[in-house]
Design a protein around this ligand. Structure first.
Ligand code: ADP
Length: 465
């Protein structure tokens, strides 16, 4: 009958084969030296005979380790693409079935297909779903999973050293894998893929910008700077969102501003539609404006990318984005003065609350930034950057901890007074920023600096300890 014919036909069609995989190493950015290791895997395919003649064992499995979104899947595809071999993939969570035997038979089918279509790369995503140490899960679910894992080990051993089918698996938790999996001849090679650094992020952005109409003067450094901690998947998304922004405005080129806005959305989640009372809008605006107005007086902090009070899902009230000297900051090289400036900025919301609402008013709106200030002040004292030295080479007695707190408190008070003074000198600018924020909810860098130009008084005050 027709049904039987179709089933027989399906059997011959490989179900785990991904067709049209055309990824090259040039599509994966920010790899640095990792690329050399991956090029070697390609050679196992292209120069397999040479390896075998010289008695060099080809690994059966390679483990790509790293957090989600760093490009592990993309890399596995690039290996297949560069070697010109077939790519078979499955997510290990698909192995984990409630019915006994299903997982194991899928593993068998996967490797059967890969072998029939060799040379090929088998990619197993989320390896930890099935590769956790055996016997840890009790009950029949655990038995089923153990059976799947055993089948996988059998399949891996079947291809040991031959270089016709190479398995690449990805995991974020290499530490919890069953020891049998990482034994020689199985996944005996681990490659760690970290989150990209500043330069890596620039390169990734540029790779995804290749096929987009970018403005010629796009400032990738600015975008990379404000996306600290993001992975390739998020950076790719920023380019897509920026492109949609451009289309919506009926423009033909993606600008730095599009990218910065997209980065802001990516980082802070989608706009929350929550309603606020006019008083709350104003209070949040004062809080955020205070930080920006104080920060603009300090050389290391005045690079303000945007100010916003738009509520974002699951986040705090508002937001000022300041661009610090990234490299210096990473290396812990901030000077004493920039640390003091930082503390002053973090205390600005508290100072503004006092100036605009008076001491009697209780508010927790500045609690988070005040906390930042407190911890920065302690860092400053412990780092030996204050007048009184309580460096780490001294023993910390109870007395000394008291002294450290006293000194930190002195610094906090001094910075607090300084924030207050700057705010008082810049009342006009504060009012202008607060009004615009309440109206428009967000200020771009340009809009903010226009207001500074118009209303700013600057500040001659500097703090000395
Ligand atoms: P993982 O497998 O580590 O979770 P993926 O490979 O699935 O991450 O990454 C998802 C997408 O993010 C990719 O298809 C690609 O568009 C983008 N991406 C991630 N890392 C990079 C990178 N290093 N270079 C270029 N694009 C990347």
């Amino acid at each position: 009958s027709g049904a039987r014919v179709r089933r027989a036909h399906n059997k011959r069609l490989p179900q785990y084969l991904e067709r049209g995989v055309d990824v090259k190493f040039s599509d994966v950015a920010g790899l640095g030296k990792i690329r050399l290791e991956l090029e070697e895997i390609v050679k196992f395919f292209t120069h397999g005979e040479m390896y075998r003649r010289r008695g060099v064992k080809i690994p059966g499995g390679i483990l790509l380790c790293g957090p989600p979104g760093v490009g592990k899947t993309l890399l596995a595809k690039a290996v297949a693409g560069e070697a010109g071999v077939n790519f078979f993939s499955i997510s290990a969570s698909q192995f984990v079935e409630i019915y006994v035997g299903v997982g194991a038979s899928r593993v068998r089918a996967l490797y059967q297909e890969a072998k029939e279509n060799a040379p090929s790369v088998v990619f197993i995503d989320e390896m930890d779903a099935v590769g956790r140490e055996r016997g840890l899960i009790k009950g029949s679910g655990g038995q089923e999973r153990d059976a799947t894992l055993n089948q996988l080990l059998v399949c891996l051993d079947g291809f040991e050293g031959r270089g016709e089918v190479i398995t690449i698996a990805s995991t974020n938790r290499p530490d919890i894998l069953d020891p049998a999996l990482v034994r020689p001849g199985r996944f005996d090679r681990k490659i760690y893929i970290p989150k990209p650094g500043l330069i890596g992020r620039i390169e990734i952005l540029k790779v995804h910008a290749r096929k987009k109409p970018m403005a010629p003067d796009v400032d990738y450094m600015a975008v990379a700077t404000m996306t600290d901690g993001m992975v390739g998947a998020e950076l790719a998304n920023i380019i897509e969102v920026a492109a949609i922004n451009m289309m919506r405005d009926g423009r033909t080129e993606i600008t730095t501003d599009d990218l910065l806005q997209a980065a802001q959305i990516e980082e802070r989640g989608m706009l929350d539609k929550k309603e606020r009372s006019p008083e709350t809008w104003k209070q949040v605006a004062i809080n955020e404006a205070a930080m920006a107005v104080v920060a603009v007086n300090f050389p290391d902090l005045r690079n303000i990318e945007f100010v916003t009070i738009a509520p974002r899902a699951g986040r705090e009230l508002g937001y000022v984005r300041m661009k610090m000297d990234h490299v210096k900051f990473k290396e812990g090289m901030l000077s004493r003065q920039s640390l003091l400036d930082h503390i002053t900025v973090q205390l600005a919301p508290r100072a503004a609350d006092e100036l605009w609402y008076g001491e009697g008013q209780l508010s927790t709106i500045w609690a988070e930034t005040a906390d930042n200030a407190r911890s920065a002040a302690r860092t400053l004292v412990l780092g030996g950057l204050s007048e009184k030295h309580y460096g780490l080479n001294n023993f910390w007695t109870a007395d000394r901890i008291n002294d450290i707190d006293t000194e930190a408190l002195r610094i906090l008070n001094m910075c607090y007074e300084r924030a207050k003074m700057i705010l008082q000198q810049n009342r006009e600018l504060m009012d202008a920023v607060v009004d615009t924020l309440v109206q428009k909810k967000s200020l771009t860098k340009q809009e903010f600096f226009n207001l500074v130009e118009l209303h700013g008084q600057g500040s001659s005050s500097s703090a000395e300890i």
